[in-house]
Design a protein around this ligand. Sequence first.
Ligand code: HEM
Length: 152
Amino acid sequence: MSLTAHQKNLIQDSFAKVEPIAEQAAEIFYNKLFEFDPALKPLFKGDIKSQGRKLMAALKLAVRGLDDLDSLVPVLQNMAAKHVEYGVKVDDYTPVGNALIHTLKTGLGPAFTPELKDAWVEVYQVMATVMRSHAYPDFNPDQYHNTKTYNN
Ligand code: HEM
């Protein structure tokens, strides 16, 4: 992952700010995600509290991965396979990424600078690429273009 030490610090600090408001963050995240794609709703079974914990678990993985992506790859691959069982499709990583960026933007306010946004986008893209490549054999990152677009 081509992040500078400065970008890593920014991400780690921003995560520390979102963690205490996990439940609100989860609410923002899922509202936005289901606005982007209501068909994803039935995939999620838990209440908002447990979704908050899962969202934070996902972000924690990202933050951990900053220091050592290599050790994270098998974890992400395992998770990608589990996500196929949940019914997650290759295109679904796009609205999820956009909902995540929206959540950070809403949760952090002015602290979510363009620089911080770029760093989070990079982290999400790396994780999503690892997961998609493992879970969907036809997935080719160089040729993949999601035809759907989402606005934050
Ligand atoms: C980088 C991308 C992602 C990461 C790091 C991530 C991480 C996680 C984690 C840590 C969990 C909880 C542990 C588990 O049950 O495996 C989880 C559950 C889940 N994720 Fe993801 N996820 C990602 C992308 C997605 C996408 C694109 C979808 C598509 C809608 C999705 C849907 C779900 C669902 C449905 C569950 C189970 C929820 C439930 O039991 O109610 N995830 N994810």
